[in-house]
Design a protein around this ligand. Structure first.
Ligand code: IMP
Length: 198
């Protein structure tokens, strides 16, 4: 069985990746060196693809130095709010830490058009080549936090097409996967791997 080392500290993301890649014969593991997720530097860029590419290049170096082998997966995502010119975008993680969900809702208190999208860019290094997948999930920012499932901005994001207007924070993981930007990015990689194997 091929090892697929996912560079992430997020258990939810690991579970999603298992769901996609284990049926293809990959054993998905968290990428750890001496029990720690290797540190990679987040480059200054507005492009998720540039950020993910830089992270995979750094992860390749860590993999070589650690003497482990396997494919590597990295993924970068963010929330892009229409009326805030794409804020918080690539800075989603740090903005959430600094102002929290209540800070984002305060910034939007006077805004009536509440459209936004999650974007994800995933990159898999097979050992020989890089395979990219992108995914977008459109939705709206709610006026209050709803639900406590998931992580990050889930409690204030309601995906388009969700009949009762629930947020990701009110959905189970499999329910979220029907809409999720990350699921679309991983699905795209999965399809390309299927094709490469033919
Ligand atoms: P990452 O690059 O995928 O770790 O995402 C950066 C930040 O974007 C995370 O720390 C979250 O705050 C936010 N984010 C990304 N994907 C999601 C999601 O599926 N739900 C909620 N927040 C997300």
């Amino acid at each position: 069985m091929n090892r697929l080392l996912f560079l992430t500290g997020n258990a939810g993301k690991l579970a999603e990746a298992r769901h996609f890649f284990e049926p293809l014969g990959y054993r998905v593991e968290q990428f750890l060196i001496d029990g720690e997720v290797p540190i990679v530097i987040e480059p200054q860029s507005d492009s998720l693809k540039d950020v993910a590419t830089s992270k995979i290049e750094q992860a390749k170096v860590h993999l070589n130095q650690s003497g482990q082998n396997g494919s590597i997966l990295v993924e970068d995502a963010g929330l892009f709010i229409d009326e805030l010119n794409g804020f918080p975008g690539v800075n989603s993680a740090s903005v959430l830490k600094q102002i929290g969900l209540s800070g984002v809702l305060n910034l939007m208190s006077e805004i009536t058009h509440r459209g936004a999208e999650f974007r994800a860019c995933a990159v898999l290094f097979t050992g020989e080549e890089l395979v990219f997948g992108v995914g977008v999930c459109r939705g709206t920012i709610t006026s209050e936090t709803l639900g406590d499932s998931g992580f990050g901005y889930d409690p204030i994001f309601s995906p388009d097409g969700e009949a009762s207007g629930r947020t990701f924070g009110q959905m189970s993981r499999p329910e979220k996967e029907d809409f999720s930007h990350r699921a679309k990015a991983l699905q795209s990689i999965k399809k390309q791997l299927d094709l490469l194997r033919r």
